[in-house]
Ligand binder design. Structure first.
Ligand code: ADP
Ligand code: MG
Length: 228
């Protein structure tokens, strides 16, 4: 699903934010990416989304070589990936239903399909009864669940989440992670950047650790990751 071969990224005139990273993520995997603040985790996610270009190396996502992707292919490529961020990024003046429906409208889904699919995903994230609420009327955990509904509404094969629990308390963080686990169990590849060591340890998934731009460990579920 995702393949990086000797990827480095250097922002203008600096030390590399990522240095010679090689990693492979198979379809259907659930992978945590962890590491200290500034270690390069968000840079890695942005490279996978083709928001940034690698300075060196090759990146392939969903069979597409990002180095060779043309500008006009990028929007279509991104629509096939569900993204979730720390700060939710909901439309503040649209209600829950509209925030999720919007993601289908931009893909030119038929009205009938939107009307069928949006209530389905809102039910999945436990927010069917709040479909008329505005984001500001929801708790942080609820807002993030709307963002998850929006991320999955177009049935992506891949979800990339950059610190999705960074603004949540422990209870909501667990709910969000369990939801991501359920989505993964339904067949979607899930990559989650997180600081939450307690959750990482408990969930026993593959854990990739980045330290100062270098991949320092990549361990399968259950093994205690080396936190650095
Ligand atoms: P993390 O998500 O792990 O906190 P980032 O990927 O955001 O780390 O950042 C990795 C390194 O790259 C940091 O040293 C950061 O200062 C630097 N960096 C990130 N974005 C930019 C940018 N747009 N321009 C220059 N340097 C950046
Ligand atoms: Mg980050």
């Amino acid at each position: 699903m995702i393949s990086l071969e000797h990827v480095s990224k250097t922002y203008e005139a600096g030390i590399p934010a990522l240095d010679d990273i090689s990693l492979h993520i198979e379809p259907g995997e659930f992978v945590f990416i962890t590491g200290a603040s500034g270690s390069g985790k968000s840079t890695l996610i942005k490279l996978m989304l083709n928001e940034l270009k690698a300075s060196k190396g090759t990146i392939t996502v969903g069979g597409q070589n990002l180095n060779k992707m043309r500008h006009r292919q990028v929007p279509m490529f991104r629509r096939r990936i569900g993204t979730i961020f720390q700060n939710f990024r909901l439309l503040p003046d649209r209600n829950v239903y509209e925030n999720v429906a919007f993601a289908m409208r931009v893909t030119e889904s038929r009205k009938r399909d939107i009307q069928r699919r949006v209530p389905m995903v809102l039910t999945l994230v436990g927010l069917a009864s709040k479909y008329k609420s505005l984001p500001r009327q929801l708790s942080g955990g609820e807002q993030q669940r709307v963002a998850i509904a929006r991320a999955i509404v177009n049935s992506p094969k891949l979800i990339l989440a950059d610190e999705p629990t960074g603004n949540l308390d422990n209870k909501n963080a667990w709910e969000v992670m369990q939801l991501l686990e359920k989505i993964n169990q339904d067949g979607t590849t899930v990559v989650v950047v997180t600081h939450n060591i307690e959750i990482v340890k408990a969930m026993k998934k593959r854990v990739i650790t980045i330290k100062r731009g270098c991949l320092v460990s990549d361990v399968e579920g259950g093994t205690s990751p080396k936190h650095v």
